[in-house]
Write a protein that binds this ligand. Structure first.
Ligand SMILES: Nc1ncnc2c1ncn2[C@@H]1O[C@H](COP(=O)(O)OP(=O)(O)OP(=O)(O)O)[C@@H](O)[C@H]1O
Ligand SMILES: [Mg+2]
Length: 255
């Protein structure tokens, strides 16, 4: 199983939307995926139609240890599973920060699961901060994917997360984690700014930037309130087409 951190310290850039819908589109193609909700906001937990707090989350395990496999919930979509989260994870961040091994705690916790889990990929939906949870996700990950909103401040945030990625590599916590991809999200084809930002990112990160661009699509915003993925809620929307194309590109890049 490959662990992929979906991360950007900037809020509202499409981390959760990408974790859930890339996961759903990979699963639709028969690729077994588990989404790990590592954000105390529990957005991917509710987007996959679970009530945060109803099931044990990764929280207790991060503090006390345990078998991660016990936490896995099958979703209503074949091949797509979830390790849920609840608000307690916010407290967990504070408790973890007191421990010397906080950076590698998640990595160590996931190690036996990574070796034996019946999934090809784990997509880790990270919280919007540079805190302990997010950095520990980078320390546990094989790859980092950064969703980036097509706007000017998106670019500023990119240099920050690229810096953190480098720090994690240099720290010895995880010298192998690679920046696998940048996904441009919420693109508005009618604005020049979207096009300018996309061109800039492609110029600096030609190999890394995904060709597939996720457009702004109202259906993508609506789907989580019904506890549905975009391919279930609005299968013929531009959002569904984009995430299906993204899953295909992801699989080509991981072939
Ligand atoms: N391509 C899109 N088109 C329209 N709305 C979108 C799109 N992608 C995401 N959204 C909406 O924008 C908001 C932010 O997206 P999302 O929750 O995925 O971002 P996030 O990076 O996970 O946020 P946070 O940092 O708070 O965890 C949500 O309401 C989501 O439904
Ligand atoms: Mg989110």
């Amino acid at each position: 199983m490959k662990i992929i951190a979906i991360a950007n310290q900037k809020g509202g850039v499409g981390k959760t939307t990408t974790s859930v819908n890339l996961g759903a589109c990979l699963a639709e193609k028969g690729v077994p995926v588990v989404v790990l909700d590592l954000d105390p906001q529990a957005n991917s937990t509710s987007a996959l139609d679970f009530v945060p707090g109803d099931n044990p989350s990764i929280y207790q395990h991060l503090i006390g240890g345990g078998d991660v496999a016990e936490l896995v919930l099958p979703t209503k979509y074949p091949q797509l599973s979830l390790i849920p989260c609840d608000m307690d994870l916010a407290g967990c961040e504070i408790e973890m920060a007191r421990e010397d091994d906080h950076l590698v705690r998640l990595k160590n916790l996931l190690a036996p699961f990574k070796a034996s889990a019946p999934f090809d990929y784990m997509l880790v939906d990270c919280p919007p901060s540079l805190g302990v949870l997010m950095t520990s996700a980078l320390a546990a990950a094989d790859e980092l994917i950064v969703p980036l909103q097509c706007e000017y401040f998106g670019l500023e945030g990119l240099s920050k997360i690229v810096g953190v990625h480098q720090q994690i590599r240099d720290s010895g916590a995880n010298s192998d984690v690679v920046l696998e991809g940048i996904i441009m999200t919420m693109a508005d084809s009618r604005t020049n700014l979207s096009t300018m930002v996309i061109n800039d990112v492609r110029e600096y990160f030609p190999e890394v930037t995904y060709e597939t661009i996720i457009p702004r699509n109202i259906r993508l915003g609506e789907a989580p309130s019904y506890g549905k993925s975009i391919i279930d809620y609005a299968p013929s929307s531009t959002g569904a087409a984009a995430y299906r194309a993204l899953a295909e590109e992801f699989l080509r890049r991981h072939a």
